[in-house]
Design a protein around this ligand. Structure first.
Ligand code: HXC
Length: 493
């Protein structure tokens, strides 16, 4: 390929970056200046038929290699939509798979920029096997090195499944993800749907949960990649990164969380009032909003936060939230990141929609994830922890290292009214005027946080303003709880 053609294929002028511009330009914006070393730039496919023999672009539509993000080495690749649609054939696949394998071998994160129509149709089964090879590399690297997928254009088929096997997906407004594109949908089912409605950022950010971060453009995608990477270790064998300790902003936590257990509030205000610098990188912020997950630092060290969100469905757990939490907990456990859990949960959402939708199976994932996690894990019960959701949300009984609770918190099988109506049913039928008194008695004798503290389900009742200092001390004391090393992979949710 002549120099002129190469320049046209890969826009080298990074300042002219637009969605769809060359892969090298994108990498130059993501990576530290002059840090990128390309591998396989001359690689060409050897396929023929359907005119492929007349198109053998250098690099085969993907730029791969190694570079640095904020001084840390990463394996990177970026597909170029302007070369054979960014489609993946045998040579393209080999470059991507080797990039992932090399990162896993070297113990550095891998970042893939996806912008591809999926398996190269002209290469047939060789292209499918190519994806099989990429998926195998993704799975082999899972739980060993962090894998971050950026989706910056229309992505079909394998270009969505490889990201789904990775730990985090970052999707720009120009991107779409679907197994089969609108034209195939029309041909097979007759349904008329455009790319955005089929698999645009709203679909995956809010409804399917397949996008962990939804951003406006390439630039924001790179910024989120840097921020996310900042919280993560290079590999399972490395310790999570550290930063200078910062105080949180002045927040009156008693103001943030209303005493009345039924009043809504935004738990993210609580999180920001407890963590270093008030910084919280929320993951899957617009999907299953009844459970908030994300990364922060406490005492300079990365923590994974899992919190019931009282302002969304009253913070109830459902199947979707359980799946969301489960994979996050598994990720943190795989990479040695301690878990801090803010509990304020009225229970699991009851009803046929949930039962038929598999809430037992999905809830079990979160239960399994917490119970098996060997990283330090600390819970703080803010107002209430009821029923199965109490157990699932990192209770003492499933291995929490410490459970703290605020004064006035209630821990029970269910709310006082419901409990009294069952336990005292006969008495209430006979003397209905005693119902309030019976409810109050049940609340005092069975639900009060002091009852839970006396029996050891709660380790200590602490004042809200002492939350951060207690977390700092407990997390420090658990610093040696787990040595770095591979524990398990991070199966998709
Ligand atoms: C070869 C492809 C291609 C592919 C796109 N192109 N996808 N070439 N193999 N899979 C080429 C087009 O021919 C075109 O070439 C150029 O890329 C741009 O494509 P357009 O269709 O013009 O772009 P756009 O309208 O933006 O649509 C993008 C798209 C659409 C939605 C991705 O191209 C599409 O639906 N492609 C097919 C998707 C698909 O079904 N892939 C196989 C999935 S199976 P020219 O020369 O005209 O510019 C798979 C296996 C693994 O991936 C599955 C695991 C589950």
């Amino acid at each position: 390929m002549t120099e002129a053609t190469r320049t046209e294929t890969f826009a080298l002028d990074a300042t002219a970056l637009q969605p769809g511009d060359g892969a090298r330009a994108r990498l130059s914006r993501l990576l530290d200046p002059r840090s990128f070393v390309e591998l396989g730039s001359a690689r060409q496919h050897r396929a023929s038929g359907f005119g492929l023999e007349r198109q053998r672009p250098d690099g085969d539509g993907v730029v791969a290699g190694t570079g640095a993000v904020e001084g840390r080495s990463v394996g990177v690749y970026a597909q170029d939509r302007r070369v054979l649609g960014g489609s993946l054939g045998e040579a393209h696949a080999d470059k991507v798979a080797r990039c992932i394998e090399q990162a896993a071998r070297g113990g550095v994160p891998v970042i893939g920029i996806n912008d591809s129509g999926g398996a190269r149709i002209q290469e047939g089964v060789a292209a499918l096997d190519g994806y099989g090879r990429v998926f195998t590399a993704n799975v082999a690297a899972s739980g060993r090195v962090p894998q971050i997928a950026l989706l910056l254009g229309p992505c079909a088929g394998g270009a969505t499944y490889s990201p789904a096997l990775m730990d985090f997906t970052i999707m720009s407004d120009e991107a779409s993800m679907f197994l089969t594109g609108p034209r195939v949908v029309k041909a097979v089912t007759g349904e008329d749907v455009d790319a955005r409605s089929l698999g645009g950022p709203e679909v995956h950010g809010e409804r399917s949960g397949s996008a962990h971060f939804v951003v406006d453009d390439d630039e924001q995608a790179f910024a989120v990649t840097r921020e996310l990477l900042g919280y993560l270790p290079d590999s399972a064998w490395a310790r999570p990164t550290e930063a200078p300790v910062e105080d949180p902003p002045e927040v009156d936590l008693r103001e943030v969380v209303p005493e009345d257990g039924r009043s809504p509030y935004d738990v993210r205000h609580l999180i920001r009032g407890v963590v270093d610098g008030g910084r919280f990188l929320e993951v899957q912020a617009h999907w299953a909003q009844n459970l908030v997950i994300g990364f922060s630092r406490i005492d300079g060290r990365t923590v994974g936060i899992v919190a019931n969100q009282a302002r969304w469905l009253a913070g109830v757990l459902d199947g979707t939230a359980a799946e969301k939490g489960a994979r996050f907990v598994r990720f943190c456990d795989a990479f040695g990141i301690p878990l801090v859990v803010a509990v304020d949960v009225p229970g699991f959402l009851p009803g046929t929609t949930q039962e038929h939708g598999g809430v037992i199976r999905k809830g079990a994932k979160l239960l399994h994830a917490f119970t098996s996690a060997t990283v330090p894990r600390v819970s703080v019960v803010l107002r209430k922890a009821f029923g199965g959701a109490y157990i699932v949300m990192n209770s003492r009984s499933i291995g929490a290292d410490a459970v703290l609770a605020w004064p006035g918190a209630e821990l029970a099988v269910m709310g006082a009214e419901g409990a009294a109506d069952i336990v005292f049913r006969r008495a209430i039928v006979e003397e209905p005027e005693r119902r309030d008194e019976l409810i109050a008695g049940y609340r005092r004798d069975a639900m009060d946080v002091d009852v839970a503290a006396r029996r050891g389900s709660v380790d200590e009742v602490i004042a809200p303003e002492d939350t951060r200092s207690a977390l700092v001390a407990i997390l420090r004391s658990l610093r040696g709880a787990r040595q770095p090393g591979f524990v398990h992979d991070n199966m998709p949710q």
